[in-house]
Design a protein around this ligand. Sequence first.
Ligand code: GCU
Ligand code: CA
Length: 567
Amino acid sequence: MAALALPLAVVGLGVPEQPAAASDNGLSVRPAMGWSSWSFVRRWPTEAKLKAQADALVSSGLKDHGYVYINLDDFYQKCDSNGFVVDQYGRWAVDEAKFPSGIKALADYIHSKGLKFGFYVTPGIAKNAVTRNTPIEGTSYRAKDIADTSKQEKNYNCKNMYYIDYSKPGSQEFVNSWARQFASWGVDYLKIDGVGSHDIPDVRAWDKALRATGRPINYALSNNLAIADAPTWRQLANSWRTQGDVECYCGPGPNGSGFPLTDWAHITSRFNSAANWQQYAGPGGWNDLDSLEIGNGDQVGLTADQRRSHLTLWAMAASPLLLGTDLTALTATDKAMLTNDRLIAVNQDGVAARRISNSGGRQVFSKREANGDYIVALFNTNTSGNQTVGVNWSQVGFSGAAEVTDLWSGASAGTVTGSYSAALRPGETRLIRATPQSGNTVRHEAENASYTVGSTIDSNHGGFSGTGFVNTPNAAGAHVEWTVESATAREAALTLRYANGTTAGRPMDVSVNGVVVSAGRAFDGTGAWTTWADSTLTVPLKAGSNTVRVTATTANGAPNLDYLDRG
Ligand code: GCU
Ligand code: CA
């Protein structure tokens, strides 16, 4: 083994090891869809307004396309000069002027329409609870036993939220009592806002508390979460906001409320986070790009082209689709966008797209769906000038010809060979589904496969394809596993591209669907870590998904692995 001491900056690209598993709370197997009160209703939510939005979600037909959450955001609570007014157990009191029938009645109404109810909280414990030293429900502890009054949490409303000291007995019980109250009201989704990396103890406590209620509650973190802690967010929650608010706060009302709700700069700034956070999204945990500001025409602050790009990016990124607009005043154009089932299917396919090019306002994202189709989104994010945006099928991950469908219009673009391009107006997008013709070679980059924990995705030895190669720990048993599709049961050629900069062999077993098809296959020295070689073998594939795994059989470990091509 070549023990090279490389500067950190060139050793690691992306994650140091395979990301931690997604939350196992069983929720949000697909990104949530619905509506949130923040963008349009802002600081004045009421029972009547929430009911009207719920009614509109149903009567507009949006519910039938999968939009089911009605999420009540901040400003349902009551403040006095010391912060939040609290109930007898130190939890936020609801403002009865805004919600005269209480939250449970609102949730019941929402449920009666076949919808789900989302709610809102922030970390910590209110100053008024500490001042009154309220008891913690079901325990002999009190607020003063658990509060750390030396620090205040971030809060956007009544403020005056002290930190909770989670080393103190009663702290988890306090959060449990709050979660139990929410569950008893019928909460189906909880956004915990104002969360930073210093709040990881709160995020854990709320995760435990929500699970302890026994009620399925989709758990969402907000906002502008640190990417360095992505493995933690992913393990604990079902979604996490990758950036600050999508709202421009540039409307004429108080707090910048009213139309416009957003602007193009607040949309284009999300392309980078969609690309950077891509690897963390998957069933059970999603990168939340924030509310979808579509529904009310151009007055939201975006042209129709820009709104289609907005929805296309959210669909490609598999972001939750939580509308921020006024559902009681949907325009026909926007309703057609939101109910385009081809777009919704791209959002709900369980895959977050990676960015494959980004230059001069021309951006291309692509993803491969479970059935082997590729979805490709081309964007011109500039504000002036038409541009031709193109992509080679090899960048997308296959070669040869594909049947192409335009997903916005549904029109077939016929058989397209080698590459695809579109002339786009400023702000315009093109979204296509490409179904490679059978017999095409399909490339599976090792960096998108699953691999032994402790492996790194490196880019320090050139000549690789994609964004890097997998460097596994040098030990027997080190492995990389790909999922490979085949339309029919057949014999297929597999090509493994690898580099071995040592002079010692690094044999591996190649197995297909758990059966070793080539035992101790030789992966000898290639002369240098930058010299890549192909090892091709013919293997039996079944129709549908197949797993192909390579496993090091000696303590030399595996060579560096670049990709697997399926012929
Ligand atoms: C070097 C080389 C790595 C390789 C490793 C190994 O550190 O830079 O890319 O994986 O040797 O011996 O496996
Ligand atoms: Ca290695």
